[in-house]
Ligand binder design. Sequence first.
Ligand code: IPE
Ligand code: IPE
Ligand code: MG
Length: 259
Amino acid sequence: MQNKEKLTKEFELLKQIKRDKLPFHIAIIMDGNGRWARKRGLPRIAGHKKGMDTLIEMVTCAHELGIRALSLYAFSTENWKRPSLEVEFLMRLPEEYLKKELARLMEKNIKIRAAGDLSQLPQRTRDAMEKALIETAGNTGMVLNFAVNYGARSEIVRAFKKILSLVQEGRYQEDDITEELLSRHLYTSNLPDPDLLIRPSGEVRISNFMLWQLAYTELWFTKTLWPDFKREHFYRAIVDYQGRERRFGSIKKKVRSSI
Ligand code: IPE
Ligand code: IPE
Ligand code: MG
């Protein structure tokens, strides 16, 4: 697509976004880096590198729009199964990203959060992430939540174990165990559930991401691979989201008033 055409399309979509109905929390499964590289005869890591450019662009885009929370699935508990060279490369990315972007995140008042077991990460990766968590802790703008070494099932098991120990200490009774309590013991505690989940790359699955939190999230899929994902796709996802009616198990408002 010509640059001008692309910008026009982007602008048209941007105009359609209703600013008073923005999704509060958007989650993205950043997928398709490997296939992007393979299509170009490049090593998979070249796809991850390009994927980081998309990540930087989408953080800017979400911030500019006024999105309040953005969760990005960067590395799953299952991704350790990949060849060690690829894993090593992926583990270097948080450090590289933060070195490049932390100052800009501070300027934008963005607060970094992490979801996942950071204790299992290589020391350097962990140090870089923890430094960013501390530095941005006082920021009050958009929350940027990185899911690294994250798996929803292990997150739920972890929450369960924590609650069990609190029950054993006598801090909670059986009746205190509610959905709200469990939510509070997940990595996303105090963060509202995602309103919108975006998954690029053509895969139509959740891949162990936020299984609990996605109960009523609107899902949006595109065949575009993450390194090719642009503002245009982000805007399109939001426009589509705003055109949907979220019923949360109830019935349409109009139908309700006619009963
Ligand atoms: C997403 O891209 C990045 C991570 C999972 C870390 P992939 O590496 O899964 O790319 P594909 O799915 O093989 O194309
Ligand atoms: C999901 O992508 C994990 C991340 C994007 C970090 P995967 O590529 O690992 O998922 P599957 O294997 O296609 O389900
Ligand atoms: Mg993948």
